[in-house]
Design a protein around this ligand. Structure first.
Ligand code: CTP
Length: 218
């Protein structure tokens, strides 16, 4: 199983970046739950400062480009890919070589952002039969579930885990989560619980999807 976790950082200069509030807890909880069930697990960890579990292989990355490269190298060997990381959709077009100084930039600083590669979509395009692909959709407020259904189709996934990050105490940088797992069969609601308990529910749903394929992880 290949799991991505955390949030990418896109450099502006050597000391500044554009990032997000993902802690990596959900991805790490999924990896630990799969490891306990006997899976061989690799975690591509983007800026995660959480304790690590012996027996899980961790690959540390910083930016979306590094995460893409790490996943690209390991994807063919995995049966299940869970993209729990919050990957930047945009990065500064140029990362300045030296620290930007106010006397160089003046009263305004305009950053031009360009799109990053959609890692999950590009891996989905070259998936082999039997591989199971799970995406996350961190949405804010009304319409979260509709966005999730759209992502399932658009990114050609087996499941999308939707979390509405507008609620207090769940989602980004929180210990609890409440999610909807969207598959071709419909939606399964997982009420608010610890990320460990939510991880177990996600694996139950996702791995039952795999029973119709060759996937070996149970
Ligand atoms: N993702 C990815 N590469 C990116 C951005 C996102 O692989 N550059 C993955 C995330 O890890 C997540 C899924 O795609 O599993 C959904 O990401 P998100 O950005 O929410 O979806 P988008 O379809 O890009 O839609 P939008 O940002 O417009 O909501």
């Amino acid at each position: 199983m290949l799991v991505t976790a955390g949030g990418t950082r896109e450099p502006i200069d050597p000391v500044r970046y554009i990032g997000n509030r993902s802690s990596g807890r959900m991805g790490f909880a999924l990896a630990e739950a799969a490891h306990r069930r006997g899976a061989t697990v690799t975690v591509v960890a983007a800026n995660v400062s959480l304790p690590r579990t012996a027996g899980i292989d961790y690959v540390d990355v910083v930016s979306a480009a590094e995460l893409a490269e790490a996943c690209d190298r390991r994807f063919d060997a995995c049966d299940v890919l869970i993209m729990a990381a919050a990957v930047a959709d945009y990065r500064p077009e140029t990362a300045h070589g030296g620290k930007l100084k106010k006397d160089q930039t003046g009263e305004e600083l305009n950053l031009r952002l360009v799109r990053t590669t959609d890692v999950l979509s590009s891996l989905a395009d070259r998936r082999r039969p039997g591989q199971l692909l799970v995406g996350f959709a961190a949405e804010h407020g009304a319409g979260a579930l509709d966005y999730g259904r759209g992502k399932l189709e658009r990114k050609k996934l087996d499941a999308v885990v939707v979390n509405d990050v507008s609620g207090a105490g769940v989602g980004f940088d929180a210990t609890d989560n409440e999610v909807w797992i969207v598959t071709a069969d419909g939606e399964h609601h997982v009420p608010r619980a610890s990320k460990d308990a939510v991880a177990a529910s996600i694996l139950d749903t996702v791995l039952s999807q795999s029973s119709s394929t060759d996937t070996k992880v149970r």
